[in-house]
Design a protein around this ligand. Structure first.
Ligand SMILES: [Cu+2]
Length: 232
């Protein structure tokens, strides 16, 4: 994705995030992303806090996802430049998951399955309510985020009523992604359950690139901010 203007700020955020992982993270597993593979050093892991230390060895900027079996996103790090390293902290309960590296940050990317066993981990919070909306070219229809309060967990159900794939990514007040409805094909539905743990200014966006103009959808209108306040 091409958020060129925001890059210095993002890089600073990343540097800080990497520095923090030593105290917040868990068992570290190295993951190497190349032009055609996404390879962890281990695929059988113990439930609980895990830190995937992602090194991007692809020729293009990349991202790493941890996905559940149903395709929903547990966590992601993005904008990992060639040759650099980022840490992705997750807290997994037993189950099957997928690590997905996406060089170029578009398309299907490359995946490796991982199996998590044991009793640890924190299950995903149950959604307090659901918001349904439609993505079109290039906006989100019927998406009202004005009433989101801190402490809530919301399930987002997105229908793609446009003519290109769309996604719905939410960034927290620190600019880090906290969840996303992954790239969803034309006419299809996607969903994500996202927790809003803190107050502040959040961002939502679709960073897919429009093939006609070569512009990210953010530049064509698929971006916005919303405030999350304490429940009154
Ligand atoms: Cu879009």
């Amino acid at each position: 994705m091409k958020r060129a203007l925001a890059l210095p700020t993002l890089m600073l955020t990343f540097a800080l995030a990497v520095g923090c992982t030593s105290d917040g993270g868990g068992t570290e597993i190295a993951v190497t992303g190349t032009n055609k593979a996404c390879t962890p050093t281990e695929t059988d892991l113990d439930a609980g806090k895990l830190t995937f230390a992602f090194t991007n060895e692809a020729d293009d900027i990349s991202e790493l996802y941890v996905l559940r079996e149903d395709g929903s996103v547990v966590g992601e790090v993005e904008n990992v430049t060639t040759g650099s390293k980022r840490a992705l902290d997750v807290d997994l309960v037993a189950g099957s998951y997928e690590l997905r590296c996406k060089p170029g940050q578009t398309g299907e990317g490359f995946s490796t399955k991982i199996e998590v066993t044991g009793k640890g981990g924190t299950p995903q919070k149950k959604a307090d309510r659901t918001k349904k909306f439609t993505a079109i070219d290039f906006e989100y229809e019927n998406l009202d985020l004005s009433d989101v309060t801190a402490g809530e967990t919301i399930r987002f159900e997105m229908h793609n009523g446009g003519t290109e794939p769309h996604e719905f990514e939410v960034l927290g007040p620190d600019g880090e992604a906290i969840g996303e409805v992954e790239s969803t094909k034309v006419g299809k539905d996607g969903a994500a359950t996202i927790s809003f743990d803190e107050t502040g200014e959040y961002t939502y966006q679709c960073i897919l690139v429009d093939p006609k103009t070569d512009k990210p959808h953010t530049e064509l209108g698929m971006v916005g901010t919303f405030s999350v306040a304490d429940k009154s």
